[in-house]
Design a binder for this molecule. Structure first.
Ligand code: PHE
Length: 344
């Protein structure tokens, strides 16, 4: 037995030297055959078992098997080491690991959405809730309840896409005034942003699908000054600290008095006559506003002796054109990634 163990030790020592000397997989294979192969050195040692006294044979077998296991795992380690080295050599040749990585293209928030989010955030900060309506509305919510009877010429102003005789793609967000007031008692303070549709010919200033943000405040003692304050704050939030707003008398059936709202041109600040954003007027038109018409409050069952309110509706694309000094509203829907990331 001890003679066999000594032999095995020798074999193992030479095996380890051979493995260490092997530099590629072929050399390793040769080592495997020479030591563990059918006529390899370990097999020769194993044959010696026959010459041992029968009582020693099982232990001798175990010692040899353990040695074989160690050798096999040494071979596996060596193989992995060699493969790794080969891979690294290949990598070093073909890849410059110091080269800057290719950055994955990431999206950016669309400018229209960004303006919408900023406007909504401003109102939420002032205690308004955000409500989202449906893009298809019955004519009742779009017109009748907003004090626009069937025969009223104001309906023509909202050149609408009709789905059926009474259903249409909403041409403004004002239906949400009615829906909110019908389902809630005053005081009401909401904004309703969302998509609107009108049968407008597409040009640099018009899209047939666009966004509005509606605002509605109804409570006791609400007056025009509150409207002016909130809209001035909105313009300062979106365009800068020195913005002012002005109201021009106008007409909407659902407000009285009604106004068109302008803000000082953020580009020229009203100073130059050659400004291509405001056309030299110094003002940018944002949308409509006014005090909620008593007929509208009555329609939803509010007591007009107690409650008054204001409402406004602004075009979000209009706000975004002004904020980012964009020449053509169609850019918002052309999805040119270069254009969109510039504004990100
Ligand atoms: N809904 C009107 C429009 O789209 C805007 C508006 C809203 C005017 C609220 C007054 C009050 O033209």
């Amino acid at each position: 037995m001890s003679e066999l163990a000594t032999k095995l030790d020798h074999v193992q020592t030479r095996f380890e030297e051979a493995v260490a000397a092997a530099t590629d997989e072929r050399a390793l294979d040769a080592v495997r055959v020479a030591f563990l192969g059918r006529s390899g050195e370990v097999t020769t040692v194993r044959r010696g078992i026959g010459a041992l006294p029968p009582a020693e044979r099982p232990d001798a077998g175990k010692v040899i098997n353990a040695a074989v296991e160690r050798m096999e795992s040494a071979l596996a380690d060596a193989t992995a080491r060699i493969e790794n080295r080969a891979f690294e050599a290949e990598l070093a040749q073909s890849v410059d690991v110091t080269f800057p990585a290719i950055a994955p293209t990431t999206g950016s928030i669309h400018p229209v959405r960004r303006v919408l989010q900023d406007a909504v955030a401003y109102f939420e900060r002032h205690g308004f809730a955000t409500v989202l309506g449906m893009e298809i509305e019955p004519d009742y919510y779009t017109f009748d309840a907003l004090n626009i009877p069937a025969t009223h010429p104001a309906r023509e102003g909202f050149d609408s896409f009709f789905i059926s005789d009474t259903l249409l793609l909403r041409p403004h967000t004002s239906p949400m005034q009615i829906r909110t007031m019908q389902s809630h008692e005053p005081p009401i303070a909401v904004v309703a942003p969302g998509k609107c549709y009108r049968r407008d010919a597409v040009d640099a200033r018009h899209l047939f699908q666009f966004h509005q943000i509606e605002g509605l405040l109804v409570a006791e003692g609400i007056h025009f000054g509150h409207l002016k304050g909130m809209l001035t704050g909105l313009c300062r939030e979106l365009f800068g600290a020195d913005q002012r707003v002005r109201f021009r008398p106008s007409f909407f059936p659902f407000t009285e008095p009604s106004a068109e709202v302008d803000t000082t041109c953020p580009k020229c600040k009203g100073r130059t006559s050659a400004c291509n954003m405001c056309g030299g007027s110094g003002w940018i038109e944002l949308g409509g506003a006014g005090m909620v018409h008593p007929n509208v409050l009555r329609e939803v069952g509010y007591d007009t002796e107690i409650y008054t309110g204001w409402a406004f509706g602004f075009g979000i694309e209009r706000l975004a054109l002004t904020r980012y000094d964009i020449d053509d509203i169609r850019r918002f829907v052309e999805c040119d990634p270069d254009f969109l990331t510039q504004l990100a």
